[in-house]
Design a protein around this ligand. Sequence first.
Ligand SMILES: Nc1nc2c(ncn2[C@@H]2O[C@H](COP(=O)(O)OP(=O)(O)OP(=O)(O)O)[C@@H](O)[C@H]2O)c(=O)[nH]1
Ligand SMILES: [Mg+2]
Length: 398
Amino acid sequence: MAQSSKITFFNLKELKDLKTAYETRGLSAVVPLIQKKINDLTNTELHIAVMGETGSGKSTFINAVRGLQTSDEGAAKTGPTETTMEPTSYPHPNLLNVCFWDLPGIGTPEFQSAKYVKEMNFDKYDFFIILSDCRFRENDARLAKEIEKLGKKFYFIRSKIDNDLESFHKQNIPLDKDKELDKIRNYCVSSLEKQGMLTPVFLISNFEMNEFDFPKLNDAIQSNLDDIKKHVFLLSLPNIALKIIEEKRKNLKDRIWMLATLSGAIGAVPIPGLSFVCDIGILVTAIIDFRKYLGLDDVSLQRLANTTGKPVSQLKAVVKTPLVGEINEQFVKRLLAGTTYFTISAIELSLDFIPVIGSIFGAGSSFLMTYKILHGALDDLTGNAKRVVQAAFDSDFH
Ligand SMILES: Nc1nc2c(ncn2[C@@H]2O[C@H](COP(=O)(O)OP(=O)(O)OP(=O)(O)O)[C@@H](O)[C@H]2O)c(=O)[nH]1
Ligand SMILES: [Mg+2]
């Protein structure tokens, strides 16, 4: 199937290893290879450093990208008296392997970039965000050059863009929004150019993360990450736009054949009384994970309600799936028994795209059941997550 032929997450060598393992040692030899990949996709760490002058909005940004308000548990303290003096880590509330680092301000004139790089342990970060709420200065450019020397990526963000636009309203000045944004963007880019740094600048408001250049920033970050880290980063994004939900669906879909293969392998080498339990375990865990990544668990819904100022009951009212209740063995057994609950299209049932092993599993196998149920569950959860986003933002934007 042309549409499904791309196997993501495995490079050519890994696919060859899978094939060889299967051909020489059988199905059970494939299990650890797939298990390792799923483990990487779930647990690979991502460390993101956030820098900029005092008051530029670092802590607020770190909260916003994690879908948190300052008042939420685990949020970074914000405001004029909360200056960060040493690197502070802020784990993502749903993905503990994703960590944002709030680094101390770089405002002093005697700032020494090389010393800062060493003291802040730049080696450990995957990429860097440099924020400013006005133009960028010499210190920002010097830092970026140090980051470049390490072969790492940085992204310049001009924050508080809502303030700039608001000032037009306050003074009753007519506003051509795109023109004004271009002006600010160009101004920031040229302030960096003057420091010998040719690089894009992304305009954002920490209070309206689904607006302005936030989508472009995400695209830029993703384009510079390897497949595994890109997957982890994408899953960490707040569920604030239909595009993000849709990208998460595509990424999670690419995990399903692996989970089904594990389930199928366990089913194909039955341990009396155990195999069924193992298969159920895979399904229970996957459904709970999918739900969390798509922001449909109770805590995530509450957070989105806090962010948007909507009562959580209004968001829950558009959620219409049994998958938001308790997911346990009994629940999954009921799903398996009710074969009509989830349907699957012919295209998705054509398993010829699955490397090596897809074709060996017949109808009714553990592989196929897992494959069907997880496809159905993912589509069901995605539809609900999209309705939640629409209800939260009262619109059907992007
Ligand atoms: N309007 C607007 N205000 C913002 C934005 N981001 C942050 N702020 C406000 O700016 C002030 C400073 O934000 P912080 O996030 O505490 O700044 P910081 O960079 O962490 O500051 P230090 O920790 O002192 O270095 C707070 O009052 C925030 O509410 C934004 O995008 N728009
Ligand atoms: Mg701070």
